[in-house]
Design a protein around this ligand. Structure first.
Ligand SMILES: O=C(O)CCC(=O)C(=O)O
Length: 234
């Protein structure tokens, strides 16, 4: 119990935490099968990333609502967590990519409403997104469930610890933190889960490995959107 409390305390300080062997091999297998059948059925063969998995992939939705990820997210948020977005991030020799340092600033919503503090708006793969005030992002947590081994050489995600505590960062602040040499690379094994705050500064490098690097990224909210605005997939 003390170990769990220490982990949550560290998570609040750093903005991320690695939970070792959190998801069982059987569940990982089932998640792999589910995302691969989604890939086949949606003719996105070879596509590295797949979005909209809560609405498109029933097994991912049921896992997000009832599995261990839901318990961890609810414990962190202090209320029953609502899964609001699921994306598969993959890297393969055919689709290898790097991610620049950034915070996750936008949320998927059903329709556009002009509300103070909300904007700019954008569309990703047909889904409307908006940048909400920092308070909404501070009431969220993302869980990255590792479906493949992800050593540093396989494009592991890296973080600047504590960078989530300053709200939405100005570009100069992002450069300062990025160049400050405080990046922590977070390699992970199959079944490990990385919990992260959307506002923690993160990035990842191109993979040096010929293998898949599938990470199921599920975002949870513990806060309500203002009247009228609705999560796109929840
Ligand atoms: O899985 C990764 O390498 C990071 C992906 C990510 O953070 C993003 O695309 O926003």
């Amino acid at each position: 119990m003390q170990e769990v409390l220490d982990k949550y305390r560290q998570f609040e300080k750093d903005g991320f935490a690695l939970l070792r062997a959190a998801v069982s091999p059987a569940q990982i297998e089932a998640l792999r099968d589910a995302v691969e059948s989604f890939r086949r059925e949606n003719s996105v063969c070879g596509a590295a990333n797949m979005r909209n998995l809560l609405s498109g992939c029933p097994y991912v939705k049921s896992f997000a609502l009832a599995g261990l990820a839901h318990k961890v997210a609810s414990d962190i948020l202090g209320v029953p967590a609502l899964p609001v977005r699921a994306i598969l991030f993959d890297k393969t020799p055919a689709a290898n990519w790097y991610v620049i340092w950034h915070q996750d600033l936008s949320i998927p919503v059903k329709e556009r409403l002009e509300i103070d503090g909300y904007g700019p708006w954008s569309t990703k793969e047909g889904v409307l997104h908006v940048q909400p005030p920092a308070a909404i992002l501070e009431g969220m947590v993302s869980l990255r469930i590792h479906l493949d081994p992800c050593p540093e050489s396989n494009g592991a995600v890296k973080f600047v610890a504590g960078s989530h505590l300053g709200g939405v960062l100005a570009p100069e602040r992002v450069s300062g933190l990025r160049e400050g040499g405080r990046a922590v690379v977070c390699p992970a094994e199959v079944g490990d889960v990385i919990a992260m705050r959307p506002l923690v500064l993160h990035a990842s490098s191109v993979s040096q490995s010929p293998a898949h690097r599938r990470v199921l990224h599920i975002e949870y909210a513990g806060v309500q959107l203002p009247a009228g605005l609705a999560w796109a997939e929840a």
